[in-house]
Design a binder for this molecule. Structure first.
Ligand code: HEM
Length: 157
């Protein structure tokens, strides 16, 4: 109880990065990423380091916004924050040594009404972004497998 209160206090005290909107306070933890990172540097190398990950995240967000199947879900959201924390999320999971400062998957996607077909569209867009970056298919599939269990916390109807 006391620990939770202190964590909440710390979260409240965290400044809002420039260009971003404030979100309701939450406890920051790498555990919010919803999976453990890959060990070693093989995955980071396959994704062309942090620069490659940043390119994939930018491509993915832009592709989602241009995709009539799911654009409405992204429109009007804080895309500055989304790019930053999604970049941290991927970087953390891929063994890039980043800290994940975002919310857990259930909280982040609550009340969004994401359906299975939306999830499938996003996964296809992520595959396309990874392919454009030149990430080998084996590494793509390893990453998608790590994300797959998050589906149950993202898809709410
Ligand atoms: C395994 C699949 C997914 C992963 C790993 C993922 C990851 C993330 C992360 C890390 C955030 C940022 C959390 C934060 O702001 O603290 C986020 C937010 C968001 N995600 Fe996802 N996501 C997934 C699936 C989806 C799907 C299928 C959609 C919709 C089609 C979606 C739409 C969004 C939107 C709109 C936000 C911004 C929420 C806000 O600013 O309040 N996500 N996601």
């Amino acid at each position: 109880m006391l620990v939770q209160a202190l964590l909440l206090l710390a979260a409240q005290a965290a400044p809002v990065p420039p260009g971003e909107e404030a979100v309701p306070p939450y406890a920051q933890s790498d555990a919010n990423a919803g999976a453990r990172p890959f060990a070693g540097t093989a995955m980071l190398d396959a994704f062309h380091g942090r620069a490659g990950i940043a390119r994939i995240v930018d491509d993915l967000v832009a592709t989602n916004l241009a995709d009539p199947r799911i654009a409405d879900i992204f429109r009007g959201q804080d895309l500055v924050r989304l790019r930053r924390v999604l970049g941290e999320h991927f970087c953390y999971l891929l063994g890039g040594g980043c800290t994940y400062t975002g919310r857990d998957m259930r909280t982040a996607h609550a009340n969004m009404g994401v359906q299975a077909k939306d999830m499938n569209a996003l996964v296809a867009n992520l595959q396309a972004a990874m392919t454009r970056e030149g990430v080998a298919f084996g590494a793509q599939n390893a990453f998608l497998s790590r994300l797959a269990p998050m589906r149950r916390n993202v898809v709410t109807r």
